[in-house]
Write a protein that binds this ligand. Sequence first.
Ligand code: FDA
Length: 451
Amino acid sequence: MVTHDVIVVGAGVTGLTAAWRLAEAGRDVLVLEARDRVGGRLRTDTADAAGAPASFEIGGQWVSPDQDALLGLLDELGLATYPRHREGDSVYVGRDGVARRFAEDLPVPAATAAAITELTKRLDALAAAMDPARPWELPDAGHLDGISLRSWLEEQCDDAEARDNIALYLGPAMLTKPAHAFSALQAVQMAASAGSFSNLLDADVILDRRVVGGLQSVPLELARRLGDRVRLGQDVTRVEWSDGGVVVHVGDVRYAARRLVLAVPPTVVRRVRFDPELPAEHRIAREHQSFGLVVKVQAMYSTPFWREAGLDGTAFGPYELVHEAYDNTPEGESRGVLVGFVSDVNADAVGALDAEERRTRVLDSLAVYYGEPARHPLAYVESDWQHQELTGGAYGTSFDLGGLTRWGQVLRQPVGPIEFGSSDVAGLGFQHVDGAVRVGTDLAEGIVAGR
Ligand code: FDA
């Protein structure tokens, strides 16, 4: 059996970035991917739109200007980007269920607007004081990790619509869990990982650009460069390890290496049996992690009809089934595409419906923002990550109450020759492709440096 320098398990952006950097440094690296494709949570599907095929990004797609690790990699790989359409008014639906257009200021009562500004200031201050890679070091981390974001917001503010708007950006829109299900500390880490809470509020920052050909072009290009060092259909189910190296099992086939990088979400590590077993804290830490859940829905229309009505396509409402939606028309496409998101408890609810009823409910919600034409798409596509054992939800994983201070440090600790990483354990770029690039780069640099 050949002994490689490093085996990387998982051909998402984390694993492929690590593998490519190791290969560049002259290491003999082998990537084992369980699926029959590379990219993990980045995937482009084709669907029929009234007789003409159209491409849809089912997983991650947006790039923001502060994501310099990803932007640097895009440059290096020669991948071009284009901006999201943003001319026109946006739409907000508040507690009364009425759709209101706005250009600058959110159309809410003055007291609610002031409360949102104040909460934003407080969250920005907490995020600025935090190193997102070490959130447990924030003064008051213990208290903030022991209360849910919902309770923290109730402590800070008595305006319900202000609280619900802030919770929307951190819960449904980011961690994709209800605000009672994760700690205030986890929420601050989410904000700190994006540079500030204000960045998360600003669609022109966080949803700035897309990649020509789709964000999946990143793993595809990395895999092309790695060539036959990437093997598909290799579901790793068993790892024997000692200080000297690993033997990795895929069915009856075994591969050996001096080091192993498990570039899979923390919740998926448990699919692998380790011999000897991982130290107990490694299992327990990952048991306190779970995937959020969001269904990404895309509807294609014969034209981007909302633009003719002077709308930029950006729409949101904390009380709507589709809590946020955007113009998602690819560059150069004459047909119009809207993307919307149904998150956490709403995702549970629509998940219990049959496909036709779910589509009707989602299109009804889009019609609240964009009017009757939204009910009549040429094509309608839903993401399916919750049904895939090799992922398990969307967008990423986060801790339960108290988990971040108790177990956060364990997720990046190596065990013997085994390293762990994915965008779910990133500091900057947490839960984003930028974080996957950062973690993959760190892992490779550590191995090359002999750490
Ligand atoms: P990822 O999960 O992608 O890769 C892990 C790989 O390991 C997978 O290919 C899996 O098959 C493989 N694997 C698992 N177990 C294995 C085993 N035992 N043996 C072999 N292989 C195994 N981000 C962003 O920056 N902008 C955005 O707009 C969005 N939007 C978004 C929407 C949706 C719907 C989703 C699901 C996600 C996003 N994201 C995003 C998040 C982004 O997609 C995500 O953070 C990264 O793609 C994660 O990359 P990783 O390589 O870390 O994990």
